[in-house]
Design a protein around this ligand. Structure first.
Ligand code: FBP
Length: 260
């Protein structure tokens, strides 16, 4: 495991990754609530907020837009990804190499693994290559650890999420990005299962400020490192307001009531 405390994707050892790979994973429909967010520059501008420790994008967006922002925000290169048009068993092809991501300016690597899918074996093999290539460049690896596939319908059951964070440790990820398991006690188990691998919560679809901040607070109280969030930030009319609140909860240990 690579300690991430001094990595450019952290601030004071904590993490707030702004995820912006939805144009591939879900399609432009995710930009409908705030149509301006179709333009990557709008979201890169949001990522310059002090609370954001890195932005996660796919190759094309990184190539075209990151050069103008490399002094303002760190880049987490999301190497694999698949579209919502794919109807088969969960799978996610690798779309750029670790070396090329490094050339584009990546400070860390992101990779989705669908444990439980019929494609688990190939995905683990691909992850092994990516993880070892990242080690040679000292780049931390964030695993989007999402158990899903035939027979695994509810991928947010506490036991399943704890398994997901453990898989990230077992396979050598430095950070496990997992779904929120539903309550603070379950989150404790998820963080314990991950051992020295840091745990960050995946944002999910947009909820109320209070509900979202409470889940983030539970992650921090459980010893999690922070958050990787997309829609809950840039689908808001005023994303800066929520980022101010997240800054309080994640970096300053404030309560939800105090930041609301
Ligand atoms: P959100 O905070 O918007 O959920 O983004 C996190 C993320 O992991 C993105 O990186 C990715 O595009 C999306 O969720 C995938 O979500 P799912 O596979 O659950 O549809």
């Amino acid at each position: 495991m690579l300690p991430i405390d001094d990595s450019p994707i952290t601030r004071d050892g904590k993490v707030l990754i702004l995820a912006y790979d939805h144009g591939l994973e879900h399609g432009p429909t995710d930009f409908d609530p705030v149509p301006e967010t179709t333009d990557p520059e709008v979201v890169f501008d949001i990522a310059t907020h002090d609370a954001v420790s890195a932005i996660a994008t796919q190759k094309g967006v990184a190539e075209s837009y990151y050069p103008s922002y490399e002094d303002d925000v760190s880049l987490l290169a999301k190497l694999n990804g698949t579209s919502d048009l794919w109807m088969g068993e969960p799978d996610s092809p690798q779309n750029w190499s670790v070396d090329y991501a490094y050339e584009v300016g990546a400070d860390a690597i992101g990779y989705t693994v669908y444990s439980g899918s019929n494609h688990e074996v190939e995905m683990y093999e691909e992850f092994r290559e990516v993880q070892e290539a990242a080690r040679t460049l000292d780049l931390p690896v964030v695993m989007w650890s999402y158990p899903r596939g035939q027979g695994l319908k509810n991928d947010t059951k506490p036991g399943t999420i704890a398994y997901a964070s453990r898989i990230a440790l077992e396979l050598g990820a430095d950070v496990a990005k997992v779904k929120y398991p539903g309550d603070p006690d379950a989150m404790d188990e998820v963080v314990k299962a991950a051992g020295k691998t840091e745990v960050v919560m995946s944002g999910g679809s947009k909820t109320s400020d209070e509900q979202f901040l409470k889940s983030v607070k539970a992650v921090m109280d459980a010893g999690g490192a922070g958050l990787a969030v997309g829609r809950n930030v840039w689908q808001r009319e005023n994303p800066e307001e929520l980022l101010d609140a997240l800054e309080g909860v994640i970096y300053e240990g404030k309560s939800v009531d105090a930041v609301l």
